[in-house]
Design a protein around this ligand. Structure first.
Ligand code: IPM
Ligand code: MN
Length: 359
């Protein structure tokens, strides 16, 4: 298969982790006889520094002309206090909106090899397998905003249309059909009108999926349940802001936020991104965990039906975790293992899966 991939490394640790994802993809291409070509473009703080724009037109055009987008991370503390002005995050929000990437899918699993790394108890998290469907182009992130110039007032409006709810809900129910057939809608329907619209629309639409059990949970309770009994969840469906928060919380189950990949999909385009941020303190130190980026590449391959290829990457990742070939966020090991070394091990495993030295 031939795939044209737009690579948007972004800021902070983005370039380091994305480079490891590409190493893994190159190993797959060689091993399975595919042709992956990459074109790089700027987004976020680096794009602001070069052009004044967090999402330059060329970047958007490149993404539209590619089969898939591999994204690193954005954000730079030097823009933290940029009041109302241009900010790196606008690049990511704009690309999501422009490409209509309305569904962000975040799988959360407890890796057997890391179960004791998690601050949560083994018996609570063993076997956790959750798929979070986070709405990505609506809600409070994209509603009308207002800030009074004198600094006395600001507002962000939360809005949803029925159509915005339905298109992601269908994806969540379809996913549940291929899993344990349960959807939990996380909302705040005891307070918010938008949440009540979500409940109404999702309840109606659930009738088309009679095999799927639909449950409702208020977001405050869901935050508690995620820690108390995460195994109860199969597919979680939720709006933009709740999904942002609950998925960072869920990352604790896996032992590190550096492990969680995601895909943002719309009708036409797909962007693959780790859920973590740009971790500026770690930039250039070789301590960033590349697994989330590498697993995002595995999701990319799966998206194009390359299941065996994707499985090979996942197997390589699991092997690296089992052998402790991991970055320091997963516990300090006797030997310092860098971002790039983890990437090398994974690429190497993909090229020689039978190599007995690794058993
Ligand atoms: C994420 C990030 C983004 C978000 C930021 C960087 C805008 O936290 O992808 O989860 O809030 O969506
Ligand atoms: Mn987030």
């Amino acid at each position: 298969m031939e795939l044209k991939i737009a690579v948007l490394p972004g800021d902070g640790i983005g370039p380091e982790v994305t480079a490891q994802a590409i190493k893994a993809m190159n190993a797959v291409a060689l091993e399975f006889d595919h042709k992956f070509t990459y074109k790089q473009a700027d987004i976020g703080a680096i794009a602001i520094d070069k052009t004044g724009n967090p999402l330059p037109d060329e970047t958007l055009e490149l993404c539209k002309a590619s089969d898939a987008i591999l994204f690193g991370a954005i954000g730079d503390p030097k823009y933290d206090n940029a009041q109302g002005n241009v900010r790196p995050e606008q690049g990511l929000l704009k690309i999501r909106k422009e490409l209509e990437l309305f569904a962000n899918v975040r799988p959360v699993k407890a890796f057997e090899a890391l179960i004791d790394q998690s601050p949560l108890k083994r018996h609570l998290i063993k076997g956790v397998d959750i798929s979070i469907y986070r709405e990505l182009t609506g809600g409070i992130y994209f509603g009308k905003k207002e800030t009074k110039e004198d600094g006395s007032y600001a507002s962000d409006l939360c809005e949803y249309s029925a159509e915005e709810i339905e298109r992601i809900a269908h994806l969540a129910f379809k996913a549940a059909m291929g899993r344990r057939k349960k959807v939990t809608l996380v909302d705040k329907a005891n307070v918010l009108d938008t949440s009540r619209l979500w409940r109404k629309k999702v309840t109606e639409l659930a009738k088309s999926y009679p095999e799927v059990t639909l449950e409702f949970l208020y977001v405050d309770n869901a935050a508690m349940q995620m820690i108390l009994n995460p195994r109860q969840f199969d597919v979680i469906l939720t709006e933009n802001m709740f999904g942002d928060i609950i998925s960072d919380e869920a990352s604790v189950i896996g032992g590190s936020i550096g492990l969680l990949p995601s895909v943002s999909i719309g009708k036409k385009y797909a962007l693959f991104e780790p859920i973590h941020g740009s971790y500026p303190q770690a930039k250039g130190k070789g301590i960033a965990n590349p697994i989330a980026a590498i697993l995002s590449a595995a999701m990319l391959l799966e998206h194009f039906g390359l299941y065996e290829e994707s499985e090979t990457i996942k197997e390589a990742v699991e092997r690296s975790l089992k052998l402790g070939i991991t970055t320091p966020d997963l516990g300090v090991k006797h030997e310092r293992i860098t971002t790039s070394k983890v990437g090398d091990f994974i690429a190497d495993f993909i090229s020689n899966p039978e190599d007995s030295n690794r058993n």
